[in-house]
Ligand binder design. Structure first.
Ligand SMILES: CCCCC/C=C\C/C=C\C/C=C\C/C=C\CCCC(=O)SCCNC(=O)CCNC(=O)[C@H](O)C(C)(C)COP(=O)(O)OP(=O)(O)OC[C@H]1O[C@@H](n2cnc3c(N)ncnc32)[C@H](O)[C@@H]1OP(=O)(O)O
Length: 218
């Protein structure tokens, strides 16, 4: 249950870093890391997770899949980099910046007035009875709420609190409108609201506090 033996998953900013230490506020975004088919690689992983969520393999097939996955993990072990230079999370041309851990979303419009995105929860985001798990809805709000705060303040913020009101069921496999905006701010405190709609139907609302990080703060 680990990567290459000498892999350091998180590399702190050092003397030669272009950053100030702590959280690297000037995180370099890119459209090139991982190459032109990186997005398709991420998509295939998501598809695999969809299938894992719904598959009931025979013991023999489970063993076969384990062997195949070990081979794939060994391939990626030869290419591991730190979080600041990984394509996952910095590829702004891909859904959710290519971040495999997030529900895939696309930004329709974003700026100091807020973020307007389309999010599609995948089959693997299943909670129960065919609809999305509430935790995945909260993750989408957290990331896009953080983005609204970041675009307003021109820096990075961390979540202080985040409340989700689940108003109606959130469907899977359907483009949904997710909007976030800074309602007001006081010093470093950014009060962010959000809504998630399926057409005209309100699925969920967010009320959150994001706190701007000070220079060098983690
Ligand atoms: C983070 C990933 C970013 C990825 C970047 C990628 C690309 C960048 C591009 C754009 C950005 C795009 C998307 C954004 C992505 C992700 C967003 C997700 C963010 C997260 O998912 S992040 C993880 C969860 N998050 C934490 O892990 C925080 C743990 N925590 C702390 O690290 C500290 O807590 C900290 C630093 C927050 C504050 O600490 P501190 O010492 O600097 O400041 P202090 O405590 O003085 O608070 C200042 C004033 O906020 C009030 N205050 C504080 N907390 C409050 C609370 N909970 N309720 C009510 N008021 C609260 C105080 O009462 C005071 O208020 P007042 O000034 O009025 O007295």
């Amino acid at each position: 249950m680990k990567g290459a033996p000498d892999q350091q998953w998180n590399v702190p900013a050092g003397e030669n870093s272009q950053h100030e230490g702590g959280f690297r506020a000037d995180l370099a975004v890119t459209t090139e890391r991982g190459g032109p088919t990186y997005g398709e690689m991420i998509e295939q992983v998501r598809l695999f997770m969809d299938k894992v969520r719904y598959a009931s393999p025979t013991p023999a097939l489970a063993d076969e899949v384990i062997e195949d996955l070990k081979k794939l993990n060994a391939k990626l072990d030869t290419m591991l980099v730190d979080e600041w230079t990984s394509p996952s999370g910095t590829r702004i041309d891909l859904p959710s910046r290519g971040n495999i851990t997030l529900p895939p979303y696309e930004i329709r419009d974003g700026g100091p007035d807020g973020v307007d995105a389309t999010v599609t929860f995948r089959p693997f985001h299943l909670g129960g009875n065919g609809v999305a798990h509430g935790g995945h809805v909260a993750i989408a709000f957290d990331d896009l709420g953080g983005m609204a705060a970041a675009l307003k303040l021109g820096g990075v913020a961390r979540t202080g609190y985040l409340t989700v009101n689940y108003r109606s069921l959130t469907p899977l496999q359907k483009p949904l409108a997710l909007r976030t905006w800074v309602e007001r701010f006081e010093g470093r405190k950014y009060f962010v609201r959000g809504t998630l709609h399926d057409g005209d139907r309100l699925c969920a609302e967010m009320d959150a506090l994001f706190i701007a990080l000070k220079p060098g703060q983690a």
